[in-house]
Design a protein around this ligand. Sequence first.
Ligand code: GAL
Length: 393
Amino acid sequence: MKRKVLSTILAISMVATMVVGCGGGSTQTEAPAAEAPADDAAEASGDSAQAEAPAPVAADQEGGKIGVAMPTQSSERWIKDGGNMKEKLEALGYEVDLQYAEDDVQMQVSQIENMIASGAQCLVIASIDSGALVNVEAQAKEAGIPIIAYDRLLMDTDAVSYYASFDNEGVGTAIGEYIKTAKDLDAAQAAGESYTIEFFMGSPDDNNAVLLHRGVMGVLQPYLDDGTLVCKTGRTSFQDTCILRWSQETAQQWCENYLTGFYADEDLDIACTAFDGFAYGVKAALQGAGYTADNWPVVTGQDAELMACKNILDGTQTATIFKDTSLLADKCVTMVEAVMKGAEPEINDTTTYDNNVVVVPSYLCTPVAVDKDNLQAVVVDEANYYTAEELGL
Ligand code: GAL
């Protein structure tokens, strides 16, 4: 009886926390309701035009100034992304104005306005909340400055020329497939066994997060439907599992609340998280709740950050999705060259990324799931992303 009352109180406070997590509650601009996934929206409206290749900005001139707007330095991956872009563009003779907005939406708007005012000839934008950038993107278009969307699609604008990213639904599929294999869900299904699972999904203002959730559910939904996977909080929809601004703290808080409110009598077997930052928060919550190597759940992530790789090696994270940001920067640089000089950018997708106004020609790199068995081969030996020393190997 006592336990029931306590669980109810915890569940109520948890829901309150989750509302804050997903819907704002800080000084930052409120996140809009989750966007319809890009291609669903396309199907619904059926009227998005194909983005046209822009005329080169400065075909006959060397160099030029490129503004690179990045979301935050709070996660290691964006520091690497910004560093790669700057280095590669400078090597081609461009002057680079690299700005980080520390997940402050208005700061990113001002930074882009300043880039336009100070003579940038092309903008590369990894948005925080792309819905908030529509006006400043229109200003850039009016000034004849082409825009390239970096990693996150810029929604609701015709001012974007190209998009460099990873196969974002593919990231979700890879996470789902990893869980399916790691827990041998088909065998569990045949034996009538079940595993508990909770979901920690990305920011509702980031189109990538919507696609990732769709990819995960494409693999796991059948197992939820037939009871092979049991989500005790009942929170499986994107709406219920999205975490505003990809906040590690919110993920930790949710996980703590879940463990106390729903997993007092039974262990959590799988924490399906969409980001290494979430996996760090989940790790802290699990440690706080007394989990050890004996009952540690499968914990997924995304980005192959150095800390995540170290956690994979010591067993406190199970897997991550490796996205080679150096490759992404290479592809993005070919797009900058295309808009600046009329060169041919590498494009491998002209249908998927409908931003509700245009279908943006894209290059999608391939994500790779890594765990302790292939980490060294993929991340160190093949990609040279980290050295063996950095990983303590
Ligand atoms: C997403 C991106 C992920 C992760 C996340 C949080 O847009 O696809 O790889 O970095 O942002 O930064």
